[in-house]
Design a binder for this molecule. Structure first.
Ligand code: ADP
Ligand code: FBP
Ligand code: MG
Length: 329
C-alpha cells in the first residue's frame, strides 16, 4: 500500500496541448490505486488562494481531445516569495494533500523544487509540459509535437502566397530561449534560413545567402526566426535585409499564440497519458523531486535538479541545422 492517500495536480506556466490527457491520466491512475486526487486551479496561484476541487474519474471525461488545460494555468509571482509558499503549504496541509504532480516547464520545476526542499513532507513529481521542448531528461516535452504541426500548417499556407507573389517572408515562431520549434518547422517547410537563440547568425551572412548565389533561382523564400533569436526581433531583421535584398518584396508574419492552441496530436495524447500515469506511479513508490521524462521511447525518472541544471546542456542538434541548410539550396 502507498504511504500517501491524497495527491493534487496542477498545470503551470504556458499551457501546452497534451496537458489535458496528462491530467486525465493523473486523476484516473490515482483513483485506480485508491488515492484521492484534487485539481488545483491556475497553477501555484490556486495553491496560494486555495482554489482547488476534488476530482472524480468522471471529472476528466472527454478532455483527451482538448487543447489548453481544464485546470487553467498562470504565471504566479507570489509563489516566488516565502510568504506565498507558506500560504500554499498551509492550504495543502489543511486539505490533507501529501503529494503534488506539477505539469509545466523550467519555471514550474524551479518553483516545485524550492517548495519541496522547504517542505519535504510534500512529495513532488514534475511532468515536462511546454511547447518549447527545452528541458533536459526528456527528448520531447508535452505540446511540442502539436505546436510544431500547427506551425508547419501555417507556414505551408504562407508558402503558397509567398510563391504566388515571388515574396520573401520572415516568420517568427515561439521559443523565448528555445529554437526547437523553429528548427523542426524549418526542416519541414524547407525554410531558406532558420535563426535560433542557441546559435548566432550574422545578418550579413543571411543577406549574402538571400541576395544571390545559393537562393537566386528561387521564386519565394521563407526565413524562420525563433522569438528568442538575438538579432533584435523579426521586424528589425526584415528591415535590415530589405535595404540589401531588393529583388524580393518582403513581408513579416508573427504566428504568436495560435501556436499554443488546438487539439493535441496523437503523439501528445500518448505522451501526456504515459507521463501522467508514470508520475502517479512514481509517487506511489515514494519518489519525490523527480521529473518523468521520455528517453529512447522509455519513461524514466530524472531528478528535477538535473533536469534544470543540465538544461543548458540540452543543445539543438547541429546536424539538423546543417542538413536544413543543405536541403534548402
Ligand atoms: N524561482 C522560482 N521560485 C518559485 N516559483 C517559481 C520560480 N520560477 C518560476 N516559478 C513559478 O513557476 C511559474 C511558471 O514558470 P514560467 O517560467 O512562467 O513557465 P514554465 O514553467 O512553463 O517555464 C511561475 O509563474 C512561478 O509561479
Ligand atoms: O503566453 P505568454 O505568457 O506571453 O508567454 C509566451 C512564452 O510562452 C511560451 O509559449 C512557452 O514558454 P513556457 O513553457 O516557459 O511558459 C514561449 O514559447 C513564449 O515565449
Ligand atoms: Mg519555460
Amino acid at each position: 500500500m502507498p504511504d500517501i492517500s491524497k495527491i493534487a495536480v496542477l498545470t503551470s506556466g504556458g499551457d501546452a496541448p497534451g496537458m489535458n490527457p496528462c491530467i486525465r491520466a493523473v486523476v484516473r491512475t490515482a483513483i485506480f490505486n485508491g488515492l484521492e486526487v484534487t485539481g488545483i486551479k491556475q497553477g501555484y496561484k490556486g495553491m496560494i488562494e486555495d482554489d482547488m476541487q476534488d476530482m472524480q474519474r468522471r471529472s476528466v471525461s472527454n478532455i483527451l481531445n482538448l487543447g489548453g488545460t481544464i485546470l487553467k494555468t498562470a504565471r504566479c509571482m507570489e509563489f516566488h516569495t516565502d510568504e506565498g509558499m507558506e500560504k500554499a503549504y498551509q492550504n495543502l496541509k489543511k486539505r490533507g494533500i501529501q503529494a503534488l504532480v506539477v505539469i509545466g516547464g523550467d519555471g514550474t520545476f524551479t518553483g516545485a523544487l524550492r517548495f519541496s526542499k522547504k517542505y519535504p513532507d510534500i512529495k513532488v513529481i514534475g511532468v515536462p509540459g511546454t511547447i518549447d521542448n527545452d528541458l533536459y531528461g526528456s527528448t520531447y516535452t508535452l505540446g511540442f509535437d502539436t505546436a510544431t504541426n500547427t506551425v508547419i500548417d501555417a507556414i505551408d499556407k504562407i508558402r503558397d502566397t509567398a510563391d504566388a507573389h515571388d515574396r520573401l517572408f520572415f516568420i517568427e515562431v515561439m521559443g523565448r530561449d528555445s529554437g526547437a520549434i523553429a528548427l523542426r518547422a524549418g526542416i519541414c517547410c524547407g525554410a531558406e534560413a532558420i535563426l535560433l537563440p542557441e546559435k548566432e547568425t550574422a545578418i550579413e551572412d543571411l543577406i549574402k545567402g538571400l541576395k544571390g548565389g545559393e537562393y537566386d533561382t528561387k521564386t519565394s523564400s521563407i526565413v524562420i526566426v525563433a522569438e528568442g533569436d538575438k538579432n533584435g526581433g523579426v521586424y528589425d531583421i526584415a528591415q535590415k535585409v530589405k535595404k540589401e535584398v531588393t529583388h524580393y518584396d518582403i513581408k513579416v508574419t508573427i504566428l504568436g499564440h495560435l501556436q499554443r492552441g488546438g487539439a493535441p496530436s496523437a503523439f501528445d495524447r500518448i505522451l501526456g497519458s504515459r507521463l501522467g500515469f508514470a508520475a502517479v506511479n512514481a509517487l506511489i513508490k515514494g519518489e519525490s523531486q523527480q521529473m518523468v521524462g521520455l528517453e529512447a521511447n522509455v519513461i524514466r525518472l530524472v531528478s528535477l535538479e538535473k533536469a534544470l541544471n543540465q538544461k543548458d546542456k540540452f543543445k539543438l542538434e547541429d546536424d539538423l541545422l546543417e542538413m536544413a541548410h543543405v536541403l534548402s539550396i
